[in-house]
Design a protein around this ligand. Structure first.
Ligand code: GLA
Length: 785
């Protein structure tokens, strides 16, 4: 809902639970009067304009007409330089006619519409629903013929406001954009804490939280991809904000390249936050008549803690970012051959894996890296699209047919934006690789990046991929990008356009993806960049799921998935059960825990299924059955992070919107000695109904108990002896089942009463054997809803 008082020039944007109020100042600047809990709309809101109206010693007044009006203390929607706002600007332009860079944008007009703003070439939130409106406020530079179109779309039901900005050069002289943020918000107070997700390869999405003190703090990427160093997301939270309590503002950028999110706590205790394409190595010449579109930003406010902020984002991403085709469609359970074989496979090995996968209930078989010519390790072959005929004598078409005959879908890995020096493509088009003239290119995973700013490269890739996807009859594509950019330069661009290379690269990529999505609307794309090195909402627009980390260790995954859940819903995150020990951290975790963590994402298996013990096979078959039975809930439910007193434990719940059914996951790190009794409180359930709570049927390997098995068995067996091995491979030791019937209010305030943990004294029905990295799933169902 957007209400406008034209006389007072006030714009009131309302979502279900938030209000965002703008006003044009007497001098013509666009001010932010309020962002926070929803306010009733009233005819007059101008009096909310609460800014300093005193002369301030050393500062600069905007004009001599009013010495009490200083831009430095105003809450501005666009921050520029030259007129007394000394904070970090959100927009910086050099006017080429005279070399000046003072900008002063004032209100010109506004437009209201039921459609979303046009952001050609960029991913964006899909068209709003009937209740949602878009407002474009046009500001014009006081002296130069440049216009800013500030777009706001109010998504009422997801409590999200989308912003972006278009800069139009209406004159004939060129201008250069040195910085162009999509959105800037000035909040009236200081004292916020910043929350964001930092990381690195195999340790993505690690939550950070710290106070913002006076001065500038920024995160971003200079790697050419949004990167795992910092996800393009930040929340400003009140210091008392917890998962379920307190105020927070969430911001996320729908973009996949270099970006920057900057906060500044000003001398006057206001907090500014800006998001946009990075200004590092960026200068964009805008000739007369041309426009520049800034990528979209999502903003949401929550007065119910971090969980509510995440739920707004999750709902928005599911309903408005993810491709409509995949919004509600069940995502298939996959088996991927990477950690099972790496490059070392042939058709017969793949078929054995696929047959076993099929017998376990898997639905999609994914052929990962190594299927094309000259690709037996990382050093060569990228750029080739012809199959390695030694590994696949009947080519992609042949293996795909055989896999589909098993009743499985066929999926394929590609890494289109890269080229190996040792490849036909590089030999033919060395000028298509990103390298800086006269310098030796710095390698990354032995490969170079293709110049996506060059339309000939994009056209070539489109043709190759079109042919490959057709030939292989793929239902699914894993799109990888395994190195950061370096030696950035394009042989295709003129000198003045080089400083826009990073952004032009992203536009080239988006162009390719728009075309492929149109040609293959039914293909499920999975985004990957050595795991989560390009996990962002730009890629999520094209690819509804992401391989968020190469780290498949169950314990590490609880941190990574929990971190990313601040912004992304479980249905965006692929999560696979892999072998043991973990290939990334050499840790042994129970196979049931590997599943329990993975099922809070999109389930897959990435281990050599042909070497499973009978025990493992049975367990996996049961896991896949459980996942499929509860798939709608696990992939589409409302997700919460649960509060637990112990730091070595994590718990999550995913619940139907109507609260009639839920699954709780409880994950333990290292076992502590003689632990105190725990409950898991579920404040989100309905208080006045009855729920049944049943632990998922889980099994464990008796190997875990060594010679302690003799305490329980009637016969004595030797630890690690032949008999022990045979029993361990065939016998499933059931975990003590837990089953309760409780009223909703009891679960809200007391919680699920988890059984005592093993303390070395006895193994009885009252004891639960968690051990290191143990976990449980509880299925909760309302009995009288
Ligand atoms: C990246 C991906 C992996 C795998 C390999 C193949 O590292 O993240 O999942 O696909 O590439 O080379």
């Amino acid at each position: 809902m957007i209400s406008i008082n034209s006389e007072e020039q006030v714009f009131h944007l309302q979502t279900l639970n938030s209000s965002y109020i703008l006003k044009v100042s007497d001098a013509g600047h666009l001010l932010n009067l309020y962002y926070g809990p929803r306010l009733e709309h009233r005819e007059t809101l101008s009096h909310l304009n609460h800014t300093a109206r005193v002369k301030l010693g050393s500062t600069t007044a905007y004009s001599s007409a009013d010495e009490r009006y200083c831009l430095e203390t105003q809450k501005l929607e666009v921050g520029t330089t030259g007129k007394g706002d000394y904070r970090e600007p959100s927009l910086h332009i050099t006017y080429c006619d005279d070399g000046s860079s003072t900008s002063d944008f004032i209100f010109d007009r506004f437009e209201l519409s039921g459609d979303r703003p046009d952001l050609p070439g960029l991913p964006h939130s899909h068209s709003p629903s009937e209740d949602d409106l878009s407002l474009t406020i046009v500001l014009r530079e006081k002296l130069k013929p440049v216009e800013l179109h500030l777009h706001y779309t109010c998504f009422v039901h997801t409590d999200t406001i989308c912003r972006s900005m278009t800069i139009i050069n209406r004159g004939s002289e060129p201008v250069v954009l040195n910085k162009a943020c999509s959105a800037s918000v000035d909040l009236p107070e200081a004292g916020f804490e910043a929350m964001h997700l930092s990381g690195k390869w195999i340790a993505e999405g690690q939550q950070q939280r710290h106070s913002l003190n006076k001065g500038v703090f920024s995160i971003g990427s200079s790697r050419g991809v949004s990167s795992s160093s910092h996800n393009p997301f930040m929340a400003l939270v009140s210091p008392d904000c917890t998962e379920d309590y307190g105020c927070c503002y969430g911001f996320a950028l729908v973009y996949s390249g270099n970006y920057k999110i900057t906060t500044e706590v000003s001398s006057y205790d206001q907090t500014r936050i800006m998001l946009g394409v990075s200004d590092l190595d960026f200068a964009w010449p805008l000739s007369g008549g041309m426009q520049f579109n800034c990528p979209e930003v999502l903003m949401t406010f929550s007065h119910g803690g971090l969980n509510l902020m995440s739920q707004h984002f999750h709902a928005h991403i599911r309903q408005h970012i993810i491709d409509r085709e995949w919004q509600d469609k069940p995502r298939p359970v996959q088996a991927n051959n990477w950690e099972a074989t790496y490059f070392n496979f042939d058709e017969s090995k793949l078929m054995s894996l696929a047959r076993k996968a099929q017998s376990l209930g898997v639905e999609l078989f994914v052929l990962d890296d190594g299927w094309f010519a000259n690709r037996n390790d990382e050093t060569s072959g990228l750029g080739n699209y012809n199959e390695d005929r030694k590994k696949l004598p009947r080519g992609l078409a042949g293996i795909s047919r055989k896999i589909r005959q098993l009743g499985l879908q066929f999926g394929l890995w590609v890494e289109p934006e890269m080229v190996s020096v040792n490849s036909d493509l590089y030999e033919k088009h060395p000028d298509w690789a990103v390298t800086s003239p006269g310098r030796e290119a710095s390698p990354g995973r032995h490969q170079l990046v293709l110049d996506m700013s060059n339309p000939s490269v994009v056209d070539y890739l489109y043709e190759q991929l079109f042919d490959t996807f057709r030939r292989a009859q793929v239902s699914y594509v894993k799109w990888d990008h395994n190195r950061n950019l370096s030696d950035v330069y394009s042989n295709h661009l003129t000198a003045e356009k080089q400083a826009g290379f990073y952004h032009r690269y992203v536009l080239g990529l988006y162009d390719l993806l728009f075309r492929l999505k149109e040609a293959f609307p039914g293909i499920l794309f999975e985004n990957c960049s050595s795991g989560g090195n390009r996990f962002d909402l730009g890629m999520t627009f094209f690819m509804p799921q992401t391989w968020i980390s190469d780290n498949t260790d169950a314990h590490e995954r609880t941190k990574i998935q929990q971190g990313f859940s601040l912004l992304y819903p479980p249905c965006c995150m692929s999560a696979h059960v892999s072998g043991h020990p973990s290939h990334q951290v050499l840790r042994h975790t129970p196979i049931e825990s590997r599943f329990n963590v993975s099922c809070f994402g999109l389930l897959g298996y990435q281990l050599d299924l042909t070497t499973l013990t009978t025990y493992e096979e049975k367990v996996i078959r049961q896991q896949v059955g459980f996942y499929k039975k509860h798939r709608a809930l696990l992939q589409q439910g409302v997700f919460y992070r649960l509060l637990l007193p112990a730091s070595n434990q994590r718990a999550w719940i995913i619940m139907r919107k109507d609260k009639s059914e839920a699954i709780v996951g409880f994950f333990q790190g290292l076992q502590v000695s003689n632990p105190t009794l725990k409950t898991i409180r579920l404040p989100m359930l309905k208080p006045d109904v009855i729920y049944s709570i049943n632990s998922r049927e889980q099994y464990q390997n008796i190997r875990q108990y060594g010679h302690l098995v003799n305490k329980e068995l009637p016969v004595s067996i030797k630890d690690r002896g032949i008999l022990h091995g045979i029993i361990a491979n065939h016998y499933l030791l059931p975990v003590n089942a837990e089953s309760y019937t409780m009223h909703g209010d009891q679960l809200q305030h007391m919680g699920i009463p988890i059984k005592s943990q093993f303390t070395g004294t006895e193994i009885t029905e009252y004891v639960s054997h968690f051990g290191d990295f143990g976990s449980r799933l509880y299925h909760i169902r309302c009995l009288d809803c």
